[in-house]
Design a binder for this molecule. Structure first.
Ligand code: NAD
Length: 480
């Protein structure tokens, strides 16, 4: 059992102001694995006050030379790296992410991101001069936006928190992070890393809690910007609040991306299996950008289905902490109910169940779902339009490339996507025509150095890359 009795607020371990606790259960065994205090409103107030004071300090974090902030961020990266194994273990125990991938994605990625933004700000022009168009000079400054309220989901709790705090720290902002209740244990490991690092007190606080805690943070008068990753439903509410308050907000929301198999796609699993896994199924399907609508050409329709069926049945399903596991359990019992509800809906709507559809044999504990493949799916049906967030793929038939692109674009979402082809030029042409924030050709792997985010119901704004830093800066023009 991992138990904490204090909250990490303003750089100090502080007694919580209420007795409320968050108990965490293993997704693989359903056994209790940890317990932490929940942050009450008074704790969020204290966290925001600490962030405000740290930001407004005339010689504090936001006023440091970028190189000094960069050094502190690199030191935090080192502290996180030391705790890497513990962090990936905690993440995998909580949300079911196979341990085979959580080391790179949940421990490694935040470390790389801190180092990337540390390097970026060393070179970054926070202040430039240009001629004033009516004579004289204008100084254009990029100033840190202030106190950031950052809200992360449970599926990649460390990486998606780092998508926010790494550029925010680089910009000179201070942060109050609210992790999801499903994944609080790794957030406390992050707190320990921050405490041990050269990042000053008050710059980052962590307020574990659910929706109400998040909502309280979003509308807190001391917050200057909100950065959110989560469902489209919650994003709409948060966006509405921020709109009313004229508070800048970044929203990274859901997705239902298309994997467009062109008629010359390589379907050899010995070459493509790992790439299919990364772009369609990684983290048990609990990944926002996955291409879960597989668009198959009529000319190779059966071949695509047979390949995916063979692939999905070959993936070892099991305890997330077993290094051989490729598909772990769903993050919670409630979430598995939701995924199973979609599978039932797929069947009743007339899609053809090719493999899976039930619970894996021999796994009596843990919230497992069999990797499930539907064929003959109508793109207008529920399983093709709504985000399932589980190991469920739907194959949709198309006639020609224009038809494939039209189907890909018939979605309320626009976050990820892939094009599979032996001809890279053809792949790029198709990728340019898909309405989406990101898309991969013969693979999908977000690039820390390039903007990531969605169009349509997948969100507003971009994270990662230099654009991710801009989201934490605001312009000031001085007419000198
Ligand atoms: P969720 O929206 O239920 O919760 C996300 C976070 O927001 C949690 O910390 C939750 O406590 C908090 N929250 C919920 N309602 C809130 C409100 N009204 N005000 C403030 N905070 C609130 O989502 P989830 O189930 O934790 O995560 C899964 C969703 O996240 C999926 O839809 C997935 O696509 C999306 N996601 C998007 C991206 C992306 O980059 N676009 C990445 C990962 C996950």
């Amino acid at each position: 059992m991992i138990t904490y009795d204090k909250l990490f607020i303003g750089g100090q371990w502080t007694a919580p102001s209420s007795d409320e606790r968050i108990d965490v259960v293993s997704a693989s065994t359903e056994e209790p694995i940890g317990s932490v205090p929940a942050a009450a409103a008074a704790d969020v107030d204290a966290a925001v006050a600490a962030a405000r004071a740290a930001f407004d300090d005339p010689s504090g974090w936001s006023t440091w030379e970028p190189a000094r902030r960069a050094a502190a961020m690199e030191n935090l990266a080192d502290e996180l790296e030391k705790r890497g194994e513990e962090i990936s273990r905690r993440v995998s125990s909580q949300n079911g992410m196979p341990i085979a991938i959580s080391g790179a994605l949940e421990s490694g990625f935040p470390v790389s991101l801190l180092r990337y933004y540390a390097n970026l700000v060393r070179e970054f022009d926070f202040e430039t001069e240009q001629p004033h168009l009516t004579g004289g000079t204008t100084i254009v400054r990029r100033e840190a936006i202030g106190v950031v309220g950052a809200i992360a989901p449970w599926n990649y709790p460390q990486a998606l928190a780092a998508f926010k705090y790494a550029p925010a720290l680089a910009a000179g902002c201070t942060i109050v992070l609210k992790p999801s209740p499903e994944t609080v244990l790794d957030a406390f490991a992050l707190a320990e890393a921050i405490e041990a690092s050269d990042v000053p007190d008050g710059v980052v606080s962590i307020v574990p809690g659910g929706r109400d805690t998040g909502a309280y943070l979003v509308e807190h008068p001391g917050v200057d910007k909100v950065a959110f990753t989560g469902s489209t439903a919650a994003g709409r509410i948060i966006g509405a609040t921020c709109g009313q308050m004229l508070r800048p907000v970044t929203l990274e929301l859901g997705g239902k991306s298309a994997a467009i198999m062109l008629d010359d796609a390589n379907l050899d699993l010995s070459v493509m299996g790992e790439r299919f896994f990364e772009s369609m199924l990684v983290n048990n399907g609990q990944t926002c950008y996955l291409g879960t609508r597989v668009l198959a050409p009529a000319s190779r329709y059966d071949e695509v289905i047979d390949t995916l069926a063979a692939f999905m049945t070959s993936l070892p399903v099991g305890d997330a902490l077993d290094p051989a596991t490729m598909i772990g359990p769903m993050a919670s019992s409630r979430h598995r109910d939701r995924v199973e509800g979609f599978i039932e809906k797929g069947k009743s709507d007339g899609a053809r169940l090719v493999v899976g559809g039930g619970r894996p044999e021999g796994l009596d504990r843990g919230w497992f779902v069999e990797p499930t493949l539907f064929a003959d799916v109508d793109n207008a049906s529920t399983i093709a339009q709504e985000e399932i967030f589980g190991p469920v793929l739907s194959v949709i038939r198309y006639t020609d490339t224009d038809d494939a692109i039209a189907i890909a674009n018939q979605s309320d979402y626009g976050l990820g996507g892939t094009v599979w082809t032996a001809d890279p030029e053809r792949g790029r042409d198709v990728a340019r025509r898909v309405k989406t924030g990101t898309i991969g050709i013969n693979r999908y792997m977000p690039d820390p150095g390039a903007p990531f985010g969605g169009v349509k119901d997948s969100g507003i704004g971009r994270e990662l890359g230099p654009q991710g830093l801009s989201a934490y800066l605001q312009y000031k023009s001085i007419y000198a």
